[in-house]
Design a protein around this ligand. Structure first.
Ligand code: SF4
Length: 677
């Protein structure tokens, strides 16, 4: 291809473990290709399939993007708008917000929601400055995803943001992947990290996804029985004399309360509860106890009614083997910025939080909150599409249709949520502004480098909120800090001796090996030890120690419906890309075990109705033994507006909360299934 070639190194800011480095190829100043950076240790020259399509598809297609501010002209939900200038749109928003915030306590009726639509640091965090200053009410972001795990690890370890350095896999005898599907959610970890490790890989997952299928050993439990498995694994480890009693005595609180429970938790008992053969439980215990072992706790594992209890039981398993503070050992959920010296306060300074800051509330309560005018007068979203991703979908859509609710949606694309908005503000994509992005698995910190101008009049989130602050008449200087200043502050205080220009040239940096988490075996809990028994948990109404309890199996012929990530979607990002849409199919599908399909008289390709007290949805039936009898599988992330039924799988989600953290127990949803065509 003729023309001047330029390569811009940047970083993928999706909500993904891999944190790939990206090489943007430009010819004559125009992006021609978005590729994996060959020199990046994770990407190794290739993006995952969904990003390869999306970044070279809708992300570069100005016709698919939101390019100008829009004001609603038709009924809510119909997506009918007229173009507006930025000044006009922001004036409309500011006038309404000022009126709502004027009476005492009024700002608390301004609800704002955000999550991981873009995970770069400034775009993802800067808007919090505005909402803190305003005193608005936040929808607690993690409650739609992983807050039960955060709460449980908080009780046990004191933090959920320090796991293990993936590079220490070379020192591990075993990697236990529990309730995660790297083949969909960490494709490079699946393709490279798990393949190259000398450790034996054990997967525990109710779905036989590609990572589970390729593992040395796969345990496929009935959903909701993971705590029984954890206790049975500890039973075997104790029986075989493999407990690290010195570690338990010196660095843990409460083992003496757990150990008596192990007597009854035999592999045979766990087989009866979970459906996993006792011999496989014993084999998994021996593999896990063969040496230092890594335990990867997936987000899916805690998205069930007793997800917090399960996580605490898993920490007890790791503690039973002393798997902390040494090479090849650890419990991973997320790796935050601590070991990289990355300080969130540079993005969202805590001094902006008002003393009368209203409490956040669970995403599980979003529909109920938004339908109540006394509690919600405005709803502002950025980086999130709750009309597709939140529970109680039909109820939520009705609440979003409230004429008196001011809805402002900031996004790249016209989503279901923007269709309900009064004001739509077009956001720039990661290719269109400078930022920083850190992987929450690998310990990389990457430059997000501007590779092109945003289409039309789209702006980075942070600039939108600077302009909105101005329209509101706010004088607080922190609401106007420049991106350059924030990036410089973050890099200055990080462990990396690097400026942004150099980082952009290199693409990424990483701490030197080895990073051993908890090397001093001091944990940020009240006792400084791992709290298998937690007074804080008890004070919050939970048992002092994790319990070997399981969920009751679905009754009345119902199935437990799992709705995890699709390999072609990133939450609900990409569903609007035509090539991705081809791959996920024109209709939603549900996979049933052959035994259930026979019982229900359902064949491959039949249409079935899934129903429960929250909703009903027709899907195409697939029949395969990737799920156990009693379990159904339908991936999340389709856009309701693109479906004939104008709903997706979240129409069946009642928004039940987990035992801890008020988080989503979406993998506990039960449905009845019947053939309808
Ligand atoms: S979504 Fe994940 S796997 Fe795909 S390119 Fe981004 S970081 Fe890599």
């Amino acid at each position: 291809m003729p023309g001047t070639k330029e390569i811009v190194l940047t970083t993928c800011p999706r909500d993904c473990y891999d944190g790939c480095g990206i090489a943007v190829i430009k010819r004559d100043g125009k992006i021609t290709k978005v590729l994996g950076d060959p020199a990046h240790p994770t990407a190794r020259g290739a993006l995952c399939g969904k990003c390869a399509l999306g970044y070279n598809g809708v992300f570069l297609d100005a016709g698919a993007r939101l390019t100008h501010p829009l004001l609603r002209t038709g009924p809510k939900g119909q997506g009918q708008f007229r173009r507006a200038t930025w000044d006009e749109a922001l004036e409309v928003v500011a006038a309404r917000l000022k009126a709502i915030a004027a009476p005492p306590g009024g700002a608390a009726r301004i609800i704002h929601a955000h999550y991981t639509g873009t995970c770069s640091m400034i775009a993802g965090g800067f808007p919090m400055r505005f909402f803190h200053h305003l005193g608005a009410t936040e929808v607690e972001p993690d409650t739609v995803c992983n807050n039960a795990g955060h709460a449980a690890l908080g009780y046990a370890i004191g933090t959920s943001a320090d796991g293990f350095d993936p590079r220490t896999a070379k020192d591990a005898a075993c990697i236990l992947v529990w309730g995660a599907n790297p083949s969909a959610s960490a494709p490079h970890a699946h393709k490279h990290w798990l393949k190259e490790t000398p450790a034996k890989v054990v997967a525990i997952d109710p779905v036989r996804h590609p990572t589970a299928a390729e593992a040395h050993l796969h345990l496929q439990p009935r959903p909701g029985t993971d705590a029984a498995l954890a206790f049975a694994l500890m039973h075997v480890i104790r029986r075989e004399g493999k407990l690290d009693r010195a570690f338990l005595a010196a660095h843990c609180v409460g083992w003496d309360e757990i150990e008596p429970m192990l007597d009854a938790c035999t592999p045979r008992w766990a087989e009866a509860e979970s459906g996993v053969p006792a011999a496989r439980i014993e084999e998994a215990a021996r593999l896990y106890a063969a040496g230092p072992a890594l335990l990867w706790l997936g987000q899916g594992l805690q998205r069930q009614p007793m997800g917090g209890n399960v996580f605490r039981a898993c920490v007890a398993l790791a503690a039973a083997r002393g798997n902390f503070g040494k090479p090849g050992a650890g419990v991973y959920y997320l790796n935050g910025g601590r070991t990289r010296g990355i300080q969130g306060r540079h993005v969202s300074p805590p001094e902006l939080i008002r003393p009368d800051q209203p409490s956040s509330f669970s995403q599980m309560d979003l529909a109920a909150r938004l339908e109540d005018p006394a509690k919600a007068a405005a709803f502002i979203t950025w980086n999130i599409n709750p009309a597709a991703s939140s529970p109680e979908q039909a109820r939520l859509h009705k609440a979003l249709a409230r004429e008196d609710l001011l809805t402002v949606a900031i996004d790249l694309f016209p989503t279901d949520t923007t269709d309900y908005a009064d004001v739509v503000l077009p956001a720039a994509s990661f290719l269109e502004f400078d930022d920083l992005a850190e992987s929450y698995f690998h310990l990389t910190l990457g430059a997000q480098a501007k590779a092109q101008e945003p289409p039309g009049e789209a702006l980075p989130n942070q600039e939108i909120f600077r302009r909105l602050a101005r329209a509101m008449g706010f004088n607080e200087p922190l609401l106007y800090e420049s991106d350059e200043s924030i990036i410089a502050n973050i890099l200055r205080d990080s462990i990396f001796d690097i400026d942004f220009e150099t980082l952009k040239e290199k693409g990424w940096v990483m701490p030197p090996e080895p990073v051993i988490y908890w090397a001093d075996l001091k944990f940020p809990t009240p006792s400084g030890r791992i709290e298998l028994a937690s007074a804080a948990a008890e004070a919050d109404g939970h048992p002092r120690v994790p319990q070997p309890v399981v969920d009751a199996p679905p009754a009345g012929g119902r199935l437990r419906l799992l709705s995890p990530a699709d390999a072609w979607l990133m939450n609900d990002t990409y569903a609007n890309d035509p090539r991705v849409a081809e791959r996920i199919g024109a209709e939603p599908s549900v996979t049933l075990n052959p035994e259930d399909a026979r019982r229900l008289g359902v064949g491959e390709g039949d249409r079935v109705e899934l129903a429960n007290g929250t909703g009903r949805l027709v899907m195409l039936a697939r029949v395969a033994d990737v799920v156990r009898p009693g379990t159904a599988l339908s991936h999340k992330g389709r856009w309701p507006k693109r479906e004939g039924q104008r709903l997706n799988v979240n129409a069946l989600n009642p928004g039940t909360k987990t035992d801890m953290g008020e988080s989503s127990a979406v993998h506990g949803v039960e449905v009845s299934v019947r053939r309808v065509g």
